[in-house]
Structure formats: C-alpha cells, structure tokens
Design a protein. Sequence first.
Length: 469
Amino acid sequence: MADILKRNKALSVNPLKASQPIGGSLATLGFNRAMPMLHGSQGCTAFAKVFFVRHFREPIPLQSTAMDQGSSVMGADENVVEGILTIAEKSRPSLITILTTGLAETQGADVHRNVREFREANPEFADVAVVAVNTPDFTGSVETGFAATLTEIIRALVLDAKEAGTYPGKRKRQVNVLVNYMLTPGDLEALRDIFEQFQLRPVFVPDISDSLDGCLTDEDFSPVTIGGTPLSEMATLGDALATVVIGPSLSKAAELLAEKTGVPTYAIDHLYGLKANDALMCALTEISGHPVPERIERQRSQLQDAMLDTHFMLGQLRIAIAADADLLNAFVDQVQEMGAEVVAAVTSCNVPLLSRIPVASIKIGDLEDMELIGKANKAQLVIGNSHAVDTAERLGTPILRAGFPLYDIIGGYQKTWIGYRGSRQTLFDLANLVINYSHEEIPVYRSIYGQKPASEITENYSNNRQSCH
C-alpha cells in the first residue's frame, strides 16, 4: 500500500494537472454532434481551447457563458439559459453539456436549475439533450472531470431497463465499453479491432476515435463534433451482453450503468503490459464464448520477446512518473513488470486508487515535486506530458512523453499504448531512450601524459634517463 504524501506548500510550481472542465469537455467531444459549454469567463474557455488545439491539432467546438464582473456578483443564470438557447437555435446539436468553472462555483451557480428553466421555457428543443455537471477547476483534475461528466450523461440519457424495455443479451454481440480519459484515438481503434476479432461489436462511451482522430471530412466547417458515439446508441446499452469498464476512475459511472440496465460489468484497471492485457483477453473469451484468436496469441508472443530484448535496459532502471491516477497506475504496473523501480510518483489529486498502487509513496503535487524527488532518488528516466520536458532536461534524463497535453510532438494524440502491440512498442520506446543516454558508466581515465605537448613528454623522458645514469 502506497504512502500518500499530501501537499505541503501554498502554490503550484510548474503545475501537473489539467482542470476538471477540460476533462468534462473531452468526454463531451466523444459524442456525435455535441457541444460543451463552460460556465465561466471567456478566459477559462479560451485556455481550455488552447490545450485541445495544441494537443489534437484540430478545430475544437467549445462555447462559453462569458461571465463578466457584473454577472459574477449579481448572478449569471441568464447567461446559462441564453447560452443554451443560442447553441440550440444556431447549431441544433444532439448534446450540450454545461460545465462549471471555479468562478461559477464560487459565485454559487446552480446549473441544474438553469437547465430545468430552459426546458420549461423552450419545449421546442426537447430533442436536444442538455446535461449539467459540476466541475470546479479548483479541485479534481482532467480525470475526475471526465468521469463526472460521463456519469451525468449516463444518468440523463440511459433509461432504466423496465422503462426502456431493454434486457441484457438482447443484442447478441454488443458490448458496452466505458473508456477513461487516458485512452487515445489510436488506443480506441486498436481496442475496437481486438473486440471484433472476438466477433463482438463494441459501443465505446465516449468514442473520441471517431471525433478527434484527425480525419478530413467533406464538410468545410461544423459548429459541433463530427463523429463520436451517437446518442441513439445510449438507448441500446441495456441490451448488451456485458459492459467492460477501463479505468478505476469510471467506477461510479459503471455502477450507475449497471444499476440502470442490469448488464454484467467487467472492470479492468488499464491495458498496459502483459498481465493487464491477459485479463482483457480472459474477459472477452468469457463474454464471447470464443477462444483467443491466433493473431492475438502471436502478438502476445511478440510482446514476450520484446520483454526479453529490453530487460537489459529496463531492469533496475530508476523511473520518475508524473500523471493522473489511472495513467500513473498503468505505467507503474508496466515498468515494474520489467523490473524497473519507480523512485518518484507524483499525481494531481487524491483518489481512492492511489492507496493500492504498488509503490512506496505517492506525492500529490506538481512537476517541481517530481523534480525534487527524482533528483534526490537519482531518477534515470521521466514519464510525463509535454510540461515535464524542461523538468527532465534539468534532471539530465530522457523523457517518455505520455498523457495530456502533448503539444511539442506531432501525432502524440494518435499513439497506441494499449494491447500487446502497444505495450510492445512502449517497451521499445523506453529502451531506445535509455540506450541513447549514458548513466553510471565508469568515468573515462585520462593519462597525465595525454594532457601535455609531445615535446614536453620527450624532454621529461630524456631527463629521466639521464638522471638514472
């Protein structure tokens, strides 16, 4: 059990976390024809949009209620109702999420009441789903904001089994897949392929592989998301064979879905490394009734071979990791599987998962904390997002860029980390980083003679011979 070290300073230096509204927006962007609206100042939304555009390098639909000094003091209920109405009239989206910011939460906004007021005043927009979520950015992280938003979307859009007329197993091949924030579009594409090899039809909730995968479309411009999970699929979740939940952060969303539908749930922490992917294959074998396909068996053997090839570089390697809890847990498991030692583990906020991550201690803090702990424990490699690059340079170590945001590399959002193939590539990436950096080698010996001119060495040699005679 890890020892949780709480914050002991009054400010963040080189912050690690991204805010809850960003996580809520990311979850919303995984649904088709969706629009997230942040209830706060224009600066809050602009900051979030910069994060997304730099990471995905795509236009991102994002709106703001544009709270100013007056509405911050006197109340901003009209901003919310008018904002929903404007989006509904101009864009006619399928889904609008109202995500609070720190300003709105401090002001005391009740966005759930605002949604009810909009419904009463505008019955003509009954076909537009509107979901309000409390996501203050002074607490939590992108992980908790994503999970909270997904939970509220399920609460609003998934009917109870009796009311919807659904029952588990009605759709013989469908499997609901609740995916957390750490799965990239590339991960979801690979995961879809794995499910289909077991002759299953996965319904990802949400599905950013269809909306944020960098695909050119025929449309010149769209004010809402193109692609993602259609809202019509939400009505079918109760007919699935099973629900697979990836990530402990989605435990509340999974419990709510199981309560509403009665569909059996298979919980998996992550899909990094051999053991984790074996757990997924066992679950899919049980759900589908089919054995593991030969193609996947071969990929498993390839991962085992990669583990043999890279254990010389990764065994006993001292690693510092900075990430939100789900991703931190995934990387800890994968590098410890290779015999590496996690000497610095830093995360953004305290969640129940931290207590069972198998490291000595976890610091709830920022990238400065990781730098200090990593330096004290002689870290040899860093795993973190693009904000940790400067930290790694000061530590004199290589860095494996992972997480959110990744703004200093092209295609980072599309990289595949999961499955046997993704885990294999991660080992290769780690090993290549290590062999290109030297550490703890025997220092080069330089002779005292090699530091003097040849004429001086010859003269000293002649004098020494004369003195001997």
